[in-house]
Design a protein around this ligand. Structure first.
Ligand code: 5AD
Ligand code: SF4
Length: 473
């Protein structure tokens, strides 16, 4: 599959050259909606387009626009349709222009049909399983001038499909957003079927990549200047090497730790039901694994958690938090919380607030429950009305602000190794970097520091970010 993808890319490059498009003259724009997995897929799309000679455009006034979509909540879909409408006019002005849509939204039959019927100017559509087929689809569109639709239907009963998905792991060219850090997929898909969530339907069955492929990729990244990696999966804790059942996530982390040049290891996301004591002790004894765990709570009510199919209770979540903090006192915990799950009562909501009071989260992503067709929760009659949902959301938000303001005080006056990521967008005399705990810090410095890990002393705490001072500035 890898050779075929490169074969097609080379054919595209030759074709464009033969039509007089010099390298860099054609421009692309990839817009990413959604999570870190999509961000990583977009780096591969960028890599493929640069490989054939396109150069990046900051906006959609260009020759090929790709929307890498998300569908986890309804508003993610709305954002895509909002921007898609504007492309029609741009395409009239630039007849060469190609419009491509891929990602999770395209795995929903209804959305694919909507694109086909209402947005006929879209040239190429492909699904989450078809990333490596993009070169073939683009080549065919360029030569035949016909629209290309390729969405592999996710069939969990088809063992051959699942097996081929596990085996197929082509290394595609990538263009990273940051030269010094990168995401690395370790699992794809999800088998958890939380009752509100569409991800298992659009990203398919969970499959782990072979450890050797993961380690090879990280070694290559390290040689290319990457010092921080983020291991990615919907539920990294259930990682198992497909050939070796004993290679679990903690074992994988220990192997990654040994790779020269990698200085920081992060991972995302951890399902609380699978976070083992072994993982806690591996983090504790590691010199490279960052002191940050993103541990989605979703709800603090044991009743709601059970209806969400989350496989933990309020008490077991809190006791996990205690175990983590006892072993790794400098850990930062962040979380995802949803309000308005069907049937959520005021008492249930107060249980969620109680966990926020007690867990000491550094920050939290908060979401209004969004009804996703095909999920078990969408069929429930006891949906929560908008007004109640919004009112709870606001209360939760102010509680999270208050609590995170309290816990972030522990950083003040402390010095941390900070990976300098970029110039501050508002004030170029400031640099922006990240603590091992994942929090963002702004401090005086210059662009020569970008990509380096330097000590920064935290001087001021704001909403979910900090100001600091560096001895190097
Ligand atoms: N409605 C609202 N939030 C959702 N999430 C997943 N599905 C839904 C939904 N239907 C949230 C969860 C998850 C995060 C990535 O998105 O909190 O952890
Ligand atoms: Fe969705 Fe649950 Fe899987 Fe996360 S673990 S992707 S919330 S089904």
């Amino acid at each position: 599959m890898q050779d075929i993808a490169y074969d097609h890319l080379e054919k595209i490059r030759d074709l464009l050259l033969s039509k007089g498009h010099t390298p860099g003259s054609l421009r692309y724009h990839v817009a990413t909606f959604g999570c870190q997995m999509n961000a990583r897929d977009s780096e591969k799309l960028r890599g493929m387009l640069e490989y054939v000679g396109f150069s990046e455009s900051p906006d959609e006034d260009c020759d090929i626009v790709i929307y890498n979509t998300c569908t986890v909540r309804e508003n993610a879909n709305q954002k895509v349709y909002g921007r898609l409408g504007e492309l029609k006019g741009k395409k009239k002005k630039n007849p060469f222009m190609k419009v491509v849509i891929c990602g999770c939204m395209m795995e929903e039959k209804a959305e694919e049909e909507r694109i086909k019927s209402s947005y006929p100017f879209v040239d190429i559509v492909f699904g989450t399983m078809n990333l490596s087929e993009f070169p073939r689809l683009l080549l065919k569109n360029l030569t035949d001038k016909e629209k290309q639709y390729e969405v592999t239907e996710i069939d969990r009963k088809n063992d051959d499909l699942i097996l081929s998905l596990c085996k197929e792991d082509p290394i595609l060219p990538t263009k990273r957003k940051y030269p010094f850090k990168s995401g690395v997929n370790i699992t794809y898909g999800c088998n958890n079927f939380c009752s509100y969530c569409i991800v298992p339907f659009v990203r398919g069955p969970e499959r782990s990549r072979r450890k050797d492929d993961i380690l090879d990729e990280i070694r290559t990244l390290s040689k290319d200047g990457v010092i921080e990696i983020m291991l990615l999966g919907q539920n990294v804790n259930s990682y198992r090497d497909p050939g070796r059942d004993d290679i679990t996530f903690p074992r994988l982390l220990q192997m990654v730790e040994k790779i020269d040049g990698i200085e920081r290891i992060r991972f995302m996301t951890s399902h609380p039901k699978d976070l083992s004591d072994e993982l806690i002790s591996v983090i504790k004894s590691s010199k490279k694994i960052c002191r940050h765990i993103h541990l989605p709570l979703q709800s603090g009510s044991t009743k709601v958690l059970s209806q969400m199919n989350r496989h933990y209770t309020k008490e077991s979540y809190l006791s996990l938090v205690d175990r983590i903090r006892n072993q790794i006192p400098d850990i930062s915990l962040t979380t995802d919380i949803m309000v308005g799950f069907p049937g959520e009562s005021e008492e249930d909501f107060l249980e969620t607030c109680d966990v926020v009071e007690r867990a000491g989260f550094d920050s939290a992503f908060t979401f209004l429950y969004s009804r996703r067709d095909g999920t078990p929760a969408a069929g429930r009659a006891d949906q929560i009305d908008e007004e109640t949902m919004h009112e709870r959301f606001e209360r939760l938000l102010s509680l999270i602000h208050e609590k995170s303001g309290e816990v972030s005080k522990r950083f003040l006056g402390q010095t941390y190794p900070v990976l300098v990521e970029e110039e501050n967008t508002h004030d170029p005399s400031l640099m922006t970097g990240r603590l091992p705990q994942n929090a963002i810090v702004h401090f005086k410095g210059d662009a020569s520091l970008i990509g380096r890990i330097i000590p920064v002393t935290i001087t001021e705490s704001r909403d979910f970010y900090f100001f600091g001072e560096s001895a190097s500035s």
